[in-house]
Write a protein that binds this ligand. Structure first.
Ligand SMILES: Nc1ncnc2c1ncn2[C@@H]1O[C@H](COP(=O)(O)OP(=O)(O)O)[C@@H](O)[C@H]1O
Ligand SMILES: [Mg+2]
Length: 419
């Protein structure tokens, strides 16, 4: 939504003409930047072997990306008709790079249909951004055109006509996690639903990280986690996604881009990007789920402005954890489960990327928490002290240490430089 920009400005090392308010735009020069020239945009290829993720090691041209058999190329007029001329009352949200509208198309022919009939779609219309906007649009078509997984949003098609750049997605009826956690008046999410969302999002990230050709998502945040009617989480917004390191390399060196409050400190400081940068961002979202607070909240004072800085001292202490828990939960969460989740978040937020767990380990630990279903059907699970017999964290199941292990972030990494 438009108002989310105040708290989650994109960290962008390349753009000065960003649509964010000047005070929110973070531009962090990357010391190790080796970005390619704008005119020679090529992206890694992912087509071939498996039905869900294919890999060809050669870069793909724009023509190849846009020729993907999995996505339709829409004429602009069709998307205008499908959204009733981008009517303001069909606006679903606004992000850093554009507006998202609700529309309707025929399921078979994918042509515009009458509102209320056929299939519901979400159409993202990019604001004219110049090259960066186009690059991110193309990156999204490249990845989502070929990556298929229950926890990634489905890209139905795109439009490239003149200066217009649009993306057509499956409609996610429950909107973004951000809306549910932070929008004024939103129905509070129960604990079980929060963990369900965390598991779905972790599955999405684990899928990307474990793909034959690893993908680093780079913009993991509450507004990019979309929810279907059953609160299944799907990752959207692949505009910043990047191919992971190959061979023995531990990271790729790249321009620093992402979102303030979510981006990993070592990535901001050095431009060294790895899957562990996503793991850090996952830790931030875990804290948002636990606390109901935004990663960055300019409305707060001092250390409370930055969720990680504020929450860290409480995460490893069973007796203090309640102090950071979302009051909207009204104490309706299992204490042990919350402590395990907090510990997991703390490990994800370790300043040393090497020490952070991998997403598959995070996922395994989350799956070992009492299942959302049993929580839903067993009100006793909401008591402050859960029945120990129902506590399903099996010893030795997960390679993760459940002991508090995070140390404070070095001062120089605490917050990105803001111009
Ligand atoms: N496929 C979709 N279905 C429903 N709502 C969506 C969809 N895609 C985006 N939205 C809504 O539009 C908002 C803006 O999306 P986006 O442009 O990705 O920006 P941001 O990630 O900065 O919020 C999202 O936060 C979400 O509320
Ligand atoms: Mg988004």
């Amino acid at each position: 939504m438009g108002n989310c920009l105040g708290s989650s400005a994109r960290v962008d090392a390349t753009l000065s003409s960003h649509t964010l308010p000047a005070s929110e735009t973070l531009r962090i020069p990357s010391k190790t930047s080796n970005s390619s020239a704008p005119s020679t945009l090529t992206l890694p290829s992912y087509s071939g072997k498996s039905s869900s993720f294919d890999s060809i090691p050669t870069p793909r041209s724009e023509f190849e990306i846009l020729s993907s058999p999995h996505v339709k190329s829409f004429p602009f007029s069709e998307l205008r008709n499908a959204t009733r001329n981008f009517r303001p009352d069909s606006l679903l949200g606004e992000g850093g790079f554009g507006y998202v509208f609700k529309g309707w198309i025929d399921e078979q022919t994918l042509t515009p249909s009458k509102p209320g009939s056929g299939m519901v779609i979400a159409v993202k219309k990019l604001k004219p951004e110049g090259f960066q906007g186009h690059k991110e649009w193309l990156t999204e078509v490249n990845y989502l055109g070929q990556l298929h997984h229950p926890n990634l949003v489905k890209l139905i098609g795109y439009c490239s006509e003149g200066d217009n750049r649009l993306l057509v997605y499956e409609f996610m009826p429950k909107g973004s996690l951000e809306n549910h956690l932070f929008r004024r008046g939103a129905q509070p999410l129960p604990w079980a639903t929060r963990m369900r969302v965390a598991i779905g999002a972790a599955r999405g990230l684990a899928f990307l990280h474990d793909a034959e050709e690893q993908v680093i998502y780079r913009d993991f945040k509450a507004s990019n986690i979309l929810l279907d009617s059953e609160f299944n989480a799907k990752l959207s917004d692949f505009g910043l996604a990047k191919a992971g390191p190959t061979g023995d390399r531990t990271h790729v060196s790249t321009q620093v881009m992402g979102t303030h409050g979510y981006a990993a400190p070592e990535y901001i400081a050095t431009g060294r990007l790895s899957a562990k940068s996503d793991v850090y961002s996952f830790g931030v979202v875990m804290l948002e789920l636990l606390s109901g607070r935004r990663a960055v909240d300019k409305g707060k004072v001092g250390v409370e402005q930055n969720l990680v800085d504020w929450a860290k001292p409480y995460l490893g202490d069973k007796r203090k954890l309640f102090r950071i828990m979302d009051t909207k939960l009204e104490g309706q969460y299992p204490q042990k489960g919350a402590f395990t989740a907090a510990n997991l978040a703390m490990q994800c937020l370790n300043p040393d990327p090497k020490v952070r767990p991998r997403m598959t380990d995070v996922l395994a630990a989350l799956e070992d928490l009492p299942s959302p279903k049993s929580l839903k059907h067993s009100p006793s699970e909401y008591q402050a002290s859960p029945d120990p017999a129902r506590h399903s964290l099996k010893q030795n199941r997960s390679p993760l240490s459940m002991t508090p292990c995070a140390s404070p972030l070095p001062t120089q990494l605490k917050s990105p430089r803001v111009r």
